[in-house]
Design a binder for this molecule. Structure first.
Ligand code: NAD
Length: 528
């Protein structure tokens, strides 16, 4: 069943022809084919996905430019590491201020390159700045050398742990949150004493360039943070450039390619992959709040959120009431290019086909559309689509849709909800709605995910102290929080002998009496 009210195109929506035009321009610029030989353009052009308007030209950087940038970064990193955590904190807080003061400009670049509404871009920029602030202020506490207890058998040792910078970190970013997402690596890697070379998505080179420019204005002679613009080949060149670590955010398919390249030089990598996040709604949940969160998590940013809600499992006793509430809320949403729009266009045109395939598969396999349907997909905008009772083997349930589509399925109880939520190869975020604190905790502990929210969605995004990352196809490694700082560090342990041990065992001249006493101590401590 489709909803005819949802099928009228937004007034501000560009036509399908203009979308094809953008697609054509992007394809042409990417690969010109003179004499049948594929040739890479030297220019990367960015377009406004709402209007196909050309926004700016950037360099399509190749291996030589990437190598040169890394060389500069390596030398600047020595200065940066030498500042220590307190010196770096001052610079990073200055950088934070520079970004915050000109946030209105950054928001404008994000809006133009992604098409998302201004309010959403503001939210993204504000959260990114919070992370930069936290990383700057906490790096010393987390990473500076600190004592650890040596324990009874090594009382003669003074032991300490410290975290050293890795060197140069290559950050490869996506387009959906072009500031917040990469900042989760950039801020933490910089605070840990590394230089960073950032390769923004080919759809958002202006955003990455804007960030690098603010750093350059602040420290023109210290290229500690630089950007390399370009496409997949530029990203691959960055992985090959002998950086000390790659922090990749993007799809699982690209992550596999990134890891294959990194394997050639044993370059370590953090992978922040895609998601297929589930929300679980218990029988005692506040249904209105849960429905509001499902609609926000599923439709916000046109569903182009790695930790957005893609699946909802609702206990059958409240299923119909919950679906009715979601229906009412979803029908009110109007995507478009105007300031009042609920969300913007699909930023990446190719994703429209993915969404279409998922919706078609769900309907073909017996699912029901209670809001929208295939007719809601009118490039570059997709009206909200809510599907119910979708078979669990449909690709709308198993694969990342990355569009404004919610799948709502009924379950007998919370145990079944957990089993279904855990059944995909992705495991990034998840959420549960229940009024019972212990039940919420019980569910959260059983969900296979890197982060779980109870009675909210995306509630963790502004908590900089919480580590973030996934499991399975959603990746590995952690950004944000203390773990995020350590991710971009190399731990070094030091044991300083203060005096000779009374029981001196670490010698070729070991005394039999010392070993006898040690065995007695051992048995006394560990066998009782
Ligand atoms: P993508 O995988 O297409 O591209 C990501 C980045 O990788 C881009 O900068 C791209 O140029 C680069 N790239 C492409 N091929 C490469 C190669 N062979 N070697 C090196 N770099 C290469 O992803 P996308 O479409 O930009 O972003 C959407 C995806 O990102 C979704 O799956 C989404 O869930 C995921 N995402 C994850 C998080 C997270 O924190 N886990 C956050 C945001 C987005």
């Amino acid at each position: 069943m489709t909803d005819s009210a949802q099928n009228s195109p937004p007034q501000t929506a560009p036509t399908a022809t203009s979308l094809t035009e953008t697609e054509r321009k992007r394809t042409e610029q990417k690969k010109a084919v003179p004499n049948g030989v594929e040739h890479r353009s030297s220019v990367l052009t960015s377009y406004d996905p709402r209007t196909s308007e050309l926004l700016g030209d950037y360099a399509m950087m190749g291996a030589d430019e990437v190598t040169r940038t890394i060389r500069e970064a390596k030398s600047a990193q020595k200065w940066w590491a030498g500042l220590g955590s307190s010196g770096r904190k001052r610079w990073l807080l200055d950088w934070k201020k520079a970004i915050a003061k000109r946030a209105v400009d950054l928001v404008e670049v994000v809006v133009q390159e992604t098409g998302k509404p201004h309010d959403d871009a503001w939210l993204e920029v504000m959260l990114a700045v919070e992370h930069l602030d936290w990383a700057a202020k906490n790096a010393g506490k987390v990473l500076d050398r600190h004592k650890v207890r040596s324990g009874l058998v090594a009382l003669n040792q003074a032991s300490s742990v410290g975290y050293e910078p890795l060197g140069v970190v290559g950050v490869i970013g996506p387009w959906n949150y072009p500031v917040y997402t990469p900042m989760g690596s950039i801020a933490y890697a910089l605070a840990a004493g590394n230089a960073v070379v950032f390769k923004p998505s080919e759809l958002t080179p202006g955003t990455g360039t804007w960030l690098a420019e603010t750093w350059r204005t602040l420290a023109p002679n210290q290229p500690v943070f630089q950007v390399v613009t370009g496409d997949a080949d530029t990203g691959a060149a960055l992985c090959r450039s002998r950086v000390d670590k790659v922090s990749f955010t993007g799809s699982a398919a690209t992550a596999r390619k990134v890891l294959a390249i990194c394997a050639e030089s044993l370059t370590p990598a953090v992978i922040e992959g895609g998601g297929k996040d589930a929300m679980i709604v218990g029988g005692d949940a506040k249904l209105d709040a849960a429905a509001e969160a499902a609609v926000f998590g599923g439709m916000g940013n046109a569903g182009q959120t790695c930790v957005g809600v893609e699946r909802v499992y609702v206990v059958e006793t409240v299923f119909d009431d919950f679906v009715a509430l979601v229906e009412t809320k979803a029908r009110k949403l109007k995507p478009g290019a105007d300031r009042g729009a609920a969300y913007g266009p699909m930023t990446r045109e190719a994703q429209v086909e993915v969404v279409r395939d998922h919706v078609r598969d769900a309907l073909d396999k017996g699912g029901t559309a209670v809001v929208g349907g295939l007719d809601s997909i009118r490039e570059p905008y997709i009206q909200p689509i809510v599907l119910v009772d979708v078979p669990e083997d449909s690709i709308a349930v198993t694969e990342e849709t990355f569009g404004p589509v919610l799948v709502i399925n009924r379950v007998r109880d919370l145990s079944e909800a957990i089993a279904r939520a855990n059944a995909t190869s992705f495991a990034l975020g998840a959420s549960v709605f229940t009024q019972d604190t212990r039940t919420g905790q019980w569910v959260a502990e059983r969900l296979r995910a890197g982060v779980v929210t109870i009675n909210s969605v995306l509630g963790f995004a502004g908590v900089a102290a919480l580590p973030f990352g996934g499991v399975g196809d959603s990746g590995f490694g952690r950004i944000h929080g203390a773990d995020g700082l350590r991710e971009f560090s190399r731990v070094k342990s030091i044991a300083r002998q203060k005096r000779r041990a009374p029981l001196h065992l670490l010698t070729m001249d070991r005394k039999a009496r010392h070993l006898r006493v040690s065995k007695w101590v051992f048995k006394t401590r560990h066998t009782r």
